[in-house]
Design a protein. Structure first.
Length: 134
């Protein structure tokens, strides 16, 4: 599949703004290895705090758009309480997704992911952020 920056045509995007575009192909069939992009960061400073994950997503054609936050323990396993997945509506307009996750003691690494499944179409991600919920 293709991972690219495309001109965002979200109703709230500024002129010239770019969105992350994920365009799956017929080879994108392994559910354990989806097309995506991710960012790792330490959970150390966020332990005991609630994080808010939000972004604007749209899924077109057969593609799905999933924004997620995974939390890994020190031993490399995914925390049972550390998975947050937010999906865009199929073939809809741009929509904002929002979710919260509490970072607990023992959680070590946070990973923000933008994923797409399907074998055609395009998933678009704009204005993705992770912040501490006050």
């Amino acid at each position: 599949g293709a991972v690219e920056l495309v001109k965002a045509k979200s109703p709230v995007s500024k002129k010239g703004r770019l969105a992350l575009g994920l365009s799956p192909t017929s080879k994108n069939t392994d559910q354990d290895h989806l097309l995506g992009a991710f960012q790792y960061f330490s959970a150390r400073h966020y332990r005991g705090k609630k994080l808010e994950l939000k972004g604007r997503l749209v899924a077109r054609g057969e593609a799905t758009a999933v924004l997620g936050l995974f939390v890994f323990n020190k031993d490399g396993s995914i925390s049972q309480k550390g998975v947050l997945l937010l999906r865009a509506a199929k073939d809809g307009d741009w929509g904002e997704v929002l979710g919260e996750l509490l970072v607990e003691a023992g959680m070590d690494t946070l990973v923000t992911v933008c994923l797409s499944s399907g074998t055609s179409g395009q998933a678009l991600f704009d204005d993705v952020s992770v912040s501490v919920k006050e």
